[in-house]
Design a protein around this ligand. Structure first.
Ligand SMILES: O=c1[nH]c(=O)c2[nH]c(=O)[nH]c2[nH]1
Length: 337
């Protein structure tokens, strides 16, 4: 039926909270499993009135849809994106009379484990294959995989799949060479063994001290080789890259961190200690904050399981680690290299 006095009609419409960044950690003793999702909720149904008359009587707030995502992460766990999305969609459609359709769109970010350094590998491997020699192993990072070997070994360090970019910058002035190499967008996360407390408190400080927090960062690293010329005696660039990357990851994973600054220093010094061809390491480490979600309003206890992954603002921790006697030459602002 068309109403001639109202020549305007409401067409398709939907609403909900988009991009809920939910991180769920399952702790199986010292072996942790991670699920990292961005969940977007879009609901539609009998929503004519809210648009045309301003009555909110049929509107479940988008804020509630956000809370539901986090509460479901605790109550139902995240076995797979599909199962999680099915549970959410069913909930919205069956619990709210006006809602006729729910679309749950999920992006999942995959993580691989940073395998603990068992000290078995020597530096003299047969093949220099750079990034492949970093000692990581895909395990699908699912929350159900029952890792049987090394059950008492800590497994709470992860590197996000397929993100990083390798960098090299070569400068020659007719006499001297300078070779910088490094990487950016290497995202890593420890789901425990990180604390932050004992800091300065002034009248603007609200941060609560943390004794068991997630530590996550997107590593930008640049290192300088001490090779300055000649075709002879060039380092094995491929191998050196792979080893430096491996040391950065292992130092991140193995450091019991009291601050990201302390982790930064450990990462840089591990490279300097193990790689004689490198004299200087510059690191830029954004602190990718993960906030525990307060689930008490829903009668749920959050025992370090469900986190909100915030993207901004973020702490930015930067610094150079040098071999004693070496000069500091890597530009302070190296991030747009
Ligand atoms: O590792 C950290 N270092 C800081 O300097 C800092 N500041 C802050 O608010 N959180 C953290 N975490």
């Amino acid at each position: 039926m068309t109403d001639q006095s109202r020549p305007v009609l409401l067409g398709q419409n939907q609403y909900g909270k988009a991009e809920n960044r939910v991180v769920r950690i399952v702790r199986d003793g010292r072996i942790h499993h991670i699920k990292d999702l961005s969940v977007s909720v879009a609901l539609s149904g009998d929503m004519e009135e809210v648009h045309t008359s301003g009555s909110n009587a049929t509107v479940l707030p988008t804020d509630t849809t956000k809370n539901t995502v986090f509460a479901f992460a605790k109550e139902h766990g995240i076995e797979s994106a599909e199962r999680f999305g099915i549970a959410l969609a069913r909930h919205f459609v069956t619990s709210q009379e006006p809602i006729e359709r729910a679309r749950i769109r999920i992006e999942e970010y995959a993580w691989e484990r940073i395998e603990p350094n068992r000290g078995a590998r020597s530096d003299g491997g047969a093949e220099s294959n750079g990034a492949e020699s970093n000692g990581t192993e895909s395990n699908g990072a699912d929350s159900t995989g029952a890792d049987s070997e090394g059950a008492d070994e800590a497994k709470h360090s992860f590197v996000r799949k397929g993100q990083e970019t390798r960098i090299a910058q070569i400068t020659f002035d007719g006499e001297d060479w300078e070779v910088l190499a490094g990487l950016k967008d290497l995202t890593v996360l420890n789901s425990t063994d990180s604390e932050f407390w004992g800091y300065v408190k002034d009248k603007y400080t609200t941060l609560q001290e943390a004794y068991d927090r997630i530590l996550a960062t997107e590593v930008s690293a640049l290192w300088r080789y001490n090779w300055t010329g000649g075709e002879d005696g060039q380092p094995d660039w491929e191998r050196s890259y792979g080893e430096a990357r491996k040391h950065l990851l292992e130092a991140f994973a193995e450091t019991y961190s009291l601050s990201l600054q302390q982790t930064l220093y450990q990462m840089g010094s591990r490279v300097i200690d193990h790689r004689a061809e490198i004299d200087e390491v510059r690191l830029s480490l954004p602190n990718k904050h993960h906030f525990l979600v307060d689930l008490t309003p829903f009668g749920l206890k959050n025992d370090n399981e469900v986190y909100y992954a915030a993207d901004r603002p973020y702490g930015l921790i930067e610094g150079t680690v040098l071999r004693a006697g070496a000069q500091q030459r890597i530009p302070v602002d190296m991030t747009n290299l």
